[in-house]
Design a protein around this ligand. Structure first.
Ligand SMILES: NC(=O)c1ccc[n+]([C@@H]2O[C@H](COP(=O)([O-])OP(=O)(O)OC[C@H]3O[C@@H](n4cnc5c(N)ncnc54)[C@H](O)[C@@H]3O)[C@@H](O)[C@H]2O)c1
Length: 360
């Protein structure tokens, strides 16, 4: 049984992770919670019968009654992850692990000094059953890839949640402190982007690291880092953008939009291989137990069209990743999404940022 402390008790904690953890009582026991909002901390602690409650995350990290820390607060997660490893705690870091390459490097260094601890990053899309099937089919087939199309057009959260399960919000925080946090984050992003970034460019960086990072990390698992970023085009507000990556023998297009009014969750990866096309479609994580499926269209040996649907798969990808966190701690194993792997994504964000600024 792993005694878990959670930092950050907002939407991700309430709607995605706590409901799963609550059902995994043979693996995890939430023994400490922390949020800068005292009201929210009390509310969640009472709801889940947690005795150790903190408004300072470092107090949670040093609490002797936890073995592992889950970091899912707003802002950059690297400093808390480093503190947790240094305090001898396993760590599960919600994406993005960090916005900055220097922080990713520090985190890797600390992890290297603590080889017995697990440091996993929550790229849940990579633990989705249909994604795992897609990877297996790609690995077992020699057809060359001719094109990949991936996208994140995700505009469902507030609408779905209003109609299904609205989370409890922090109602005791000074709005000025929130503004300071946001300002600090944009200052950091500006620094990452070379110091003269426009608001639109920073907005794009934020979108890439917050919503786009799931699919970008998933395609990186499938195909590795691109040889080159051929193009990074953003809209005047930075809320829409298209990236073109070059790989050996094919290009990959990634598109993201964050400014539409129509409720939609259009997150997918399509792989074209001449006589086969695979289409993986993700669904909103905010409605529980929506199945995922992988559709494979191809020509069979007689050149007849054939469509195979793998799934529907009903395993919750957040449950899958938590089970993997538990397994890695119990078996002293390394998760595929760890800090070294996530650092590759940070490198990609930085390269995309450079291309955005260069192309302006
Ligand atoms: N895996 C996914 O699909 C997924 C989905 C949503 C969010 N997330 C990630 O989870 C994290 C949180 O997102 P969210 O949607 O819950 O945001 P949120 O704004 O709803 O909640 C963040 C919470 O963190 C608290 N907080 C801020 N600073 C803190 C600190 N220093 N110590 C403790 N608590 C602090 C805030 O008061 C708030 O309650 C983000 O990193 C986000 O990218 C992941």
């Amino acid at each position: 049984m792993i005694r878990l402390g959670i930092i950050g008790l907002g939407q991700a904690a309430q709607l995605l992770h706590l409901p799963n953890l609550d059902k995994m009582e043979d693996m995890f026991n939430v023994t400490a919670v922390s949020d800068i909002s005292k009201n929210l901390t009390e509310y969640i602690a009472n709801k889940y019968h947690v005795t150790n409650r903190f408004t300072n995350a470092l107090d949670l990290i040093h609490c002797p009654e936890i073995d592992a820390v889950m970091i899912m607060c707003a802002g950059d997660h690297a400093d808390y992850a480093i503190a947790a490893l240094e305090a001898g705690k396993h760590v599960f870091i919600e994406k993005p692990m960090t916005y900055r390459l220097d922080k990713a490097e520090s985190l890797m260094e600390v992890k290297q000094n603590h080889p017995d601890l697990v440091a996993m990053v929550g790229y849940c899309r990579r633990y989705n059953d249909s994604f795992i099937k897609m990877k297996e089919l790609l690995q077992n087939d020699s057809r060359p890839i001719s094109y990949v199309r991936a996208r994140t057009i995700v505009l469902e959260g507030p609408w779905y949640l209003k109609n299904t399960h609205e989370e409890k919000k922090a109602d005791d925080l000074d709005p000025a402190s929130r503004d300071i946090m946001i300002k600090r984050m944009f200052n950091e992003i500006n620094e990452i982007m070379g110091g003269n970034a426009t608001k639109a460019q920073m907005q794009t960086y934020l979108a890439i690291t917050s919503s786009g990072c799931h699919v970008l990390s998933a395609v990186r698992e499938l195909f590795g880092l691109p040889k080159a970023i051929r193009s990074a085009v953003i809209s005047p507000t930075g809320m829409q953008f298209t990236l073109i990556f070059e790989y050996d023998g094919f290009n990959l297009t990634f598109e993201e939009m964050n400014d539409q009014e129509i409720v939609q969750f259009d997150e997918s990866i399509e792989v074209y291989q001449g006589t086969r096309k695979m289409h993986l479609k993700y669904d909103t994580p905010y409605i529980r137990y929506l199945p995922s499926k992988l559709t494979v269209s191809e020509l069979d040996e007689d050149k007849q069209a054939k469509v195979t649907i793998y799934g529907p798969q009903y395993h919750d990808m957040f449950g899958n990743e938590l089970k993997e966190f538990y397994r890695c701690i119990s078996e002293h194993d390394r998760p595929k999404c760890d800090v070294f792997d996530a650092a590759e994504d940070v490198k990609l964000y930085i390269d995309v940022a450079k291309k955005i600024v260069e192309g302006a």
